[in-house]
Design a protein around this ligand. Structure first.
Ligand code: FES
Ligand code: FE
Length: 442
């Protein structure tokens, strides 16, 4: 099946909220995502606090491509493909650290922290000094930019600035990172684990699927005081493909420990600084694969590892000003709830993995459109919260906006500027044969 605009649009009926599961399992679609989504989106790389000193580096991925994020002597940040120009081996196999050079362990080509090739074994007797060092530096990520300490990269030189790309999401990021005067920092140690499912299942859940929590997390929520049911909340869908949910009441847990006490004090101060945003953001996704649970002081990246496999990289975040006891308690809390053995997170992995299993092995199940119609037509403008606002804590407006944007990226050969005209995904109308309410995917 040619992956043209007509076929891709036939899989994603974001208007009605019907999505073909083919987009979560088809290897060809996965390949095209690497080019059109991960090759052109602003992707989270690291937080400033993870690479504070010159020559500090952090090894990560942009889509399937390994990259090195390196603090430069002038304080700036560069990112390079972590791929040797000789035969494509990784030039750095450590996860993070501080170094003056990266030496490829295959044949020993060596690069400095600005990506320049500075050492080649047998340059004189084997290459006769004819190899251009200048032309064989590491491949640079085209654009690097940061927002409030969050560093992003983009492979596409024609992509708009990060601030434009984040759009309305900036307002909500501010409400979280500006809790205190000195902002946030990421604690050492990234927790990484693998789920056998498509990365979008996780990304779309963090866009706004709070609906799963009372059922999936019923047992773990018993530990956290009040359950969600009947609680006041809302959600926001953003045209840029981002989304998030709020709960207008803090779920209390560990009230009497140093973290609980710190959160109480901080909450009051934070509300004075940034208003209601300080408390309310439950979860968010910045399109495509950067998500967070500000209430749980956790951010994460969903790294695709194949059509039916992704890695979760989970970072614990604290206020820079937090006292030591609160920081330690935050780390314990994060391991207790999030992470591969966390009492909350294991529930999600179970769901995603079983869905991935069905899609990998089933045939009929792949022909059935999934239902994303919750809350359709019920968003409004809100004087305090930018974006398309939904009054219920539960809604799928964010997910529909996410897949609308996904489709625009996938079908557009140039960088997919959001069209002026409302209601049209990249200018394309949905063709005949789109997922329909009557017959699933035809
Ligand atoms: Fe890196 Fe040969 S692959 S030196
Ligand atoms: Fe969950």
């Amino acid at each position: 099946m040619a992956l043209d605009a007509e076929y891709l649009s036939s899989l994603v009926n974001w208007k009605e909220g019907l999505i073909s599961p083919e987009i979560f399992i088809d290897p060809e679609i996965y390949r095209l995502e690497q080019e059109r989504i991960f090759g052109r989106s602003w992707l989270f790389l690291a937080h400033d606090s993870m690479i504070p000193k010159p020559n500090d580096f952090f090894a990560t991925y942009m889509g399937g491509d390994p990259v090195l994020v390196v603090r430069q002597p002038d304080g700036g940040v560069e990112a390079f493909l972590n791929v040797c120009r000789h035969r494509g081996m990784k030039v750095c196999r450590a996860e993070s650290g501080n170094t003056r050079t990266f030496m490829c362990t295959y044949h020993g080509w060596t690069y400095d922290t600005a990506g320049g090739l500075v050492g080649v074994p047998n340059l004189d007797d084997a290459y006769y000094n004819e190899l251009s060092l200048k032309d064989n530096g590491l491949v640079k990520v085209a654009q690097i930019d940061s927002y409030k300490g969050l560093i992003f990269g983009n492979f596409d030189p024609s992509a708009p600035p990060l601030a434009d790309y984040l759009g309305d999401l900036k307002y909500y990021i501010d409400g979280w990172v500006d809790h205190t005067e000195n902002g946030i920092e990421v604690l050492p140690g990234v927790v990484k684990w693998t789920i056998n499912a498509n990365w979008k299942l996780a990304a779309e859940q963090f866009v706004g699927d709070t609906y799963h929590a009372p059922t999936s997390h019923a047992s773990s929520l018993l530990m956290f005081g009040p359950a969600f049911a009947g609680k006041d909340g809302g959600h926001v869908a953003m045209r840029e493909g981002h989304g998030e949910s709020f709960l207008f009441e803090r779920l209390t847990r560990f009230e009497d420990d140093p973290l609980g006490r710190y959160n109480e004090t901080r909450s009051r101060a934070a509300r004075e600084r940034v208003g209601d945003r300080a408390e309310f953001v439950a979860n968010f996704t910045a399109f495509p694969a950067f998500s967070g649970l500000p209430g749980s002081a956790n951010i994460r990246v969903w790294h695709p590892k194949g059509p039916n496999k992704f890695e979760i990289w989970s970072f614990t975040v604290v206020d820079k000003d937090a006292p030591e006891a609160a920081r330690r308690a935050q780390q314990v809390s994060a391991s207790f709830t999030e992470g591969p053995a966390g009492v909350v997170e294991t529930d999600d992995g179970e769901n995603w993995g079983l869905i991935g299993h069905i899609l990998e092995h089933g045939h009929q199940a792949r022909k059935m459109a999934w239902n994303y119609e919750m809350g359709r037509g019920h968003t409004r403008e809100h004087e305090e919260f930018p974006g398309e606002y939904g009054d219920s804590f539960f809604g799928e407006d964010g997910q529909r906006a996410f897949y609308r944007r996904w489709l625009e990226f996938m079908i557009s050969k140039t960088w997919p500027t959001i069209p002026e005209e409302p209601g049209k995904p990249g200018g394309a109308e949905l063709p005949e044969g789109s997922p329909s309410r009557a017959g699933g995917v035809r």
